[in-house]
Design a binder for this molecule. Structure first.
Ligand SMILES: *Cc1c(COP(=O)(O)O)cnc(C)c1O
Length: 394
């Protein structure tokens, strides 16, 4: 289906059975996982076409996660920056970030597939906590792989996951961070596919994950578009989101895919500017831009925010960058710390460090954005980062 796919609409397309976004994506996995990915694709296609699945998921998103999340028009911040800033408040979801949208979708799908167990990877712990939460809600067993280094850095989230009934297993290979946790989770899945669903946390990995996870986050963009028209009377000029694996960005971008006048901007940490460097490679089952050294070895990402500390990026973002539909920029840790303080001080909202990247870009580009309406996806709240920020605000 190769040639047809290139003509499908960006961010709205079904990438077909090959899971390709242009040249990116695909399904580069060990043979033992091929049936599992195929089973998952079929189950997701069926569920996504089923009214009852949608109504069950919508009810959970409303009654359990707290959707729709509000759209906040920022008065004091807008005055300070000279551009009208709107926040999509994913920080107000249950468990404190956008991650719950995807996890509730996948947990419901796992149930439907007759699986009794979830495995997940986690970096800073937000996806692990969201998965453990959904597992508790649905009565599923749950095991979360987390880099040993991250377990030390994010001890509170380790406690939260254990309290929720999940087993947290240290990933002890490589750099002992997120990349290694994904490897461990994939290894577990290979051995347990009969009973287990791998609840992957971003728009990455083998097909159908990048597409499926984007669809589960589409609700962010759909709500935001409608709220923007209702509350501001027009569409935003620019939509900005931080990019780790790229799920919160894909979710909000998808709402504006067909509004070609709306500029889409993804913001990466300077130490993990994956899309910015444009070197393709295969990691964790898909072809995308990838941080790597001159020998093609995956390099370590480095960022103040553990949630963006991933050397890859979802394949659709690589495609969006290549086609020019979205742009990707990066900001430094210093700019992020400043943005963290700025939103707290001007609006009484403490952002997670990840979306503080997006605000940092808006703040830096304020002269260019003067007079515009800018929509920022506030993907999570900053409580988890407060302790880390203490030393910067003495
Ligand atoms: C996990 C996380 C991210 C990064 O993941 P994406 O898939 O790029 O969205 C961003 N913001 C918050 C609050 C997160 O918890």
């Amino acid at each position: 289906m190769g040639t047809e796919e290139a003509e499908t609409d960006l961010l709205t397309s079904d990438p077909g059975t090959s899971g390709r976004f242009g040249n990116f994506g695909g399904c580069f996995i060990p043979e033992t996982l091929v049936p599992a990915c195929q089973e998952l694709e079929i189950a997701f296609r069926e569920a996504w076409a089923d009214e009852q699945f949608h109504s069950e998921l919508d009810r959970l998103l409303a009654d359990y996660a707290g959707r729709p999340s509000p759209l906040t028009i920022c008065g004091r911040l807008s005055e300070e920056l000279g551009t009208s800033v709107l926040l999509k408040r994913e920080d107000l979801n249950h468990t404190g970030s956008h991650k719950i949208n995807n996890v509730l979708g996948q947990a419901l799908l796992a149930k439907r597939m007759g699986k009794s167990r979830l495995v997940a990877e986690t970096g800073a712990g937000q996806h692990g906590v969201a998965t453990a939460t959904a597992a508790a809600l649905f009565g599923l067993e749950c095991e979360v792989y987390m880099g040993e280094v991250d377990m030390e850095r994010q001890a509170l989230n380790v406690f939260r996951m254990r309290l929720l009934g999940a087993e947290v297993r240290p990933a002890t290979t490589g750099s002992r961070t997120l990349k290694d946790a994904v490897n461990e989770a994939l290894r577990d899945w290979v051995a347990t596919v009969e009973t287990t669903h791998y609840c992957l946390g971003s728009v990455m990995g083998p097909h159908p994950y990048p597409w499926m996870v984007r669809e589960f986050h589409r609700v962010i963009g759909s709500e935001a578009r409608e709220q923007c028209l209702k509350q501001v009377g027009k569409l935003p000029n620019t939509v900005v989101a931080c990019v780790g694996g790229g799920s919160n960005a894909a979710g909000i971008f998808s709402g504006f895919a067909n509004d070609s006048q709306v500029r889409l901007v993804g913001v990466e940490p300077a130490g993990a500017a994956t899309v910015g460097r444009k070197v393709p490679g295969v990691l964790h089952g898909s072809l995308s831009y990838l941080l790597q050294d001159e020998f093609g070895q995956v390099s370590e990402a480095e960022s103040i925010s553990a949630g963006l500390d991933y050397p890859g990026v979802g394949p659709e973002h690589s495609y969006l960058a290549d086609t020019g539909r979205a742009e990707y920029h990066c900001v430094t840790d210093e700019e992020v710390v400043e943005a963290f303080g700025l939103l707290s001080r001007t609006e009484g909202i403490m952002p997670a460090l990840e979306p503080a990247h997006a605000l940092a870009w808006i703040s830096r580009e304020r002269a260019d954005l003067a007079g515009e309406v800018v929509l920022l996806n506030l993907s999570g709240r900053g409580d988890k980062d407060a302790a880390q920020m203490v030393e910067y605000f003495k």
